[in-house]
Design a protein around this ligand. Structure first.
Ligand SMILES: C[C@@H](O)C(=O)SC[C@H](NC(=O)CC[C@H](N)C(=O)O)C(=O)NCC(=O)O
Ligand code: ZN
Length: 350
């Protein structure tokens, strides 16, 4: 059951400036170590009215479709380019499910899409986002009975939400009781307008300014990685993603790599962050769990992961004896989990 809690289309309330991707300069690399206008303004403005409405997603740009049709059948490594892949949902654990649901509806303009209680597993899931799960990547919150907090570690970065006016959104969140520890303004060393909000469990939500229509407000999942080149290799070769852009920030001494299955403006993407001076692997904490990605064939997807030298943490097949949905699962070089879900089986959940 959809709850209203969602504003109508936002309108472009201010100009956005986006980071011009910097040319790939040779920043220090690890060597040998393995490496959202409102069609109407509310009687009472709220942050929820700063987020784009669920707009029908644009079909993949012709160039992307052409690339997909031109991909050869080829080896196992080419399967990802022929497959029908998109980010389905990101899974993470929260300490107070009701409080978090209300927070996301009020401050982030999300809709509660569905809930699932699993008493035998002693947990409840809630799915929130900006439109149907058949068109949008959504957030799958997990509440484990009796667990009210989680160590978030230093490896998880943030969830990114695209909005037309970061200043207005941040102000609305703050004035209605939300937390905005990093106020709106240009990113340090860049020009994109951002802000950071915090949710009740402590997860960071980056507000990212974008101009015009926002077909996918859930813009990114930022994870920190220890060896960027090794991660890029894995996300492209084993997971079949496209490296959309890289950005060096010499002032902050970090490099970002954006990877996904379609243009950033229309798809949720991974933002992998490489801190040049990091000396040890990150602590992944106990909050963030995994990203689920669609596939037409978990067996061929598993083969691609193997062919790229990746590891399978769950062999392809039914999720469990009493859950027929076919999945396979893997971890990236830092141990971040990814699960692939059969497209047809996924649609049967609705
Ligand atoms: C492009 C946008 O989506 C970003 O997330 S860039 C934000 C920027 N990132 C970093 O500084 C990454 C390196 C950092 N050491 C880390 O590990 O998080 C950021 O957070 N800037 C802070 C600011 O106040 O501008
Ligand atoms: Zn980000």
């Amino acid at each position: 059951m959809l709850t209203k809690g969602f504003a109508s289309a936002s309108r472009n309330l201010c100009r956005s400036t986006s980071l011009a991707p910097k040319p790939t300069a040779p920043g220090p690399q690890r060597v040998g170590s393995s490496i959202a206008g409102l069609s109407h303004l509310p009687a009472v403005p709220s942050a929820a009215n700063c987020f784009a409405s669920p707009v029908s997603r644009k079909t993949p740009s012709p160039s992307l479709r052409r690339t997909v049709t031109m991909a050869s059948a080829g080896s196992a490594l080419d399967w990802g380019k022929e497959d029908s892949r998109r980010m389905l949902h990101v899974v993470y654990r929260v300490g107070d499910l009701e409080k978090t649901i209300e927070y996301y509806k009020k401050h982030f303009g999300m809709q509660l899409l569905r809930m699932r209680d699993v008493p035998e597993g002693k947990f409840t899931n809630a799915f929130l986002g900006y439109g149907s799960e058949l068109e949008h990547c959504v957030l799958e919150l997990t509440y484990n009975y009796g667990v009210d907090s989680y160590p978030l570690g230093d490896g998880f970065g943030h969830f990114g939400l695209a909005v037309n006016d970061v200043y207005k959104t941040a102000e609305s969140i703050q004035s209605s009781g939300g937390q905005v520890p990093r106020p709106a303004g240009p990113v340090k060393g860049g020009s994109t307008i951002i802000a950071f909000a915090k949710d009740p469990t402590g997860y960071s939500f980056e507000l990212i300014q974008r101009e015009g229509k926002i077909p996918e407000p859930f813009a990114q999942v930022m994870l920190r990685v220890f060896d960027l080149e090794k991660s890029i290799q894995y996300y492209t070769q084993a997971l079949g993603m496209t490296l959309l852009r890289k950005r060096e920030n010499p002032e902050g001494r970090y490099t970002l790599a954006f990877l996904g299955y379609g243009p950033e403006e229309e798809n949720t993407v991974f933002e992998l962050t490489y801190n040049w001076d990091r000396k040890e692997p990150y602590n992944k904490g106990g909050g963030y769990a995994q990203m689920a990605i669609s596939t037409n064939d978990v067996y061929k997807t598993a083969e691609q992961i193997r062919a790229a030298g990746g590891t399978l943490t769950k062999e392809p097949g039914p999720a469990s004896p009493n859950i027929p949905t076919k999945i396979c699962a893997t971890t990236d070089p830092d141990g971040w989990k990814i699960v692939f879900v059969d497209n047809e089986d996924f649609k049967k959940e609705f």
